[in-house]
Design a binder for this molecule. Sequence first.
Ligand SMILES: [Zn+2]
Length: 402
Amino acid sequence: MSHPSLKSHYRCILYLKDEGERSLLQPGTRLYGQFVPSTGTVFMTPYPPPSKSFPVVAVIREPTVRRPRHNGLLTVFTNDQLLMTEGVLNNRQVELPIETVYMAASYARTPFSSSEMETLQGKTVTIIGVGTGGGKIAAELARADIGHLKLCDPDRMDFPNISRHEGDLLDVGKPKTQVVAERVYRINPAIRIETYFEDIFRRPPNEIKEILNSHLVVAATDKTAKQLLLNELTLRLKIPCVFGGCYEEALGGEVLYTLPGEKMPCLACLCAGLEQPQRSAKIDYSTATGPEDYQGEPGLHAAIDFVTCTEVLMCLGILLREVPTSKLAKLIDPRFNFILIGGALGAGFYRFRKPFDIFFQPLKGPRKNCPVCGDNRGLLRDVSNSQEYVEGQDAHVRTEDK
Ligand SMILES: [Zn+2]
């Protein structure tokens, strides 16, 4: 037995989704996690991590098995119904009782009702592009206790990303999917995470379809052609999709969502030109020459977050539509699927009259001549031509009417 004083020095926390998951704690099971020296806490959980950043910290063994004495690798065993851990930490022999913490503790102050929580836990969301917007949305969905996330992005974290992305200097060089997956895992290791560190559109059509297969797709790439492709594919596959974008210097931004099967304009309708019913004014989205026209100058992270947070609320509203009492679900109205978001510095820019001018912009549509959702949608390209579509098409890129 170890010295009693050592017990008070350290704390061991075992994180489980719920009491039923105690069945995972069988002899031979590996527990992943980390020792946090500043708090003296050993954190451990049976859910496999998205990367090797969370090593095996303990192994569950029968009480009779002889235990190894590696520094940092602990043994977990039961002692009179009490879950205990034993081993060497910081070169000191320890024997500690394990405190089991269930996921509900993390969500004790969540604003969601139990039926909303249950609904969100049953949802899968695919995020295409986990840069500034997509990465933030993934983290926020994790904080809302989503059940399953699929993260897709072909890029690696680089120094210029530090000012806006989830992640920090120690993440430079890692795939962005890994950075975001690690963030999500640290918020809730019980969330199922799949990562695709690649351009998923280079895969065969049936595999693209499988990756997109979820309750919601978040189109957060910075390539307009791919946003348009996702518009087409998600409508075809009958998956709701949320699109977001910022204007130059994040003076403002916009969020559009589509709900297949419900009458509303799609991204292609918007890109083809938007007629505004009240003023008969026209936004011309047809004159830009490349995605950079739509992207604009980089904005302050806090200003971009303003747009991203609106996207997050729309995502949650869509996912919670089946819960009659959900207040977030009431945000979702097929007649108003386009939101313009003016930032702090947006007064006088575009349609924004004052700082923080946020409103649902009515759209006419679906447009009859829209190739994706209009009367001629029978002419849609087959999903199997998606690659040709991505590479062959000159993007209709949105720009602003001045
Ligand atoms: Zn359309």
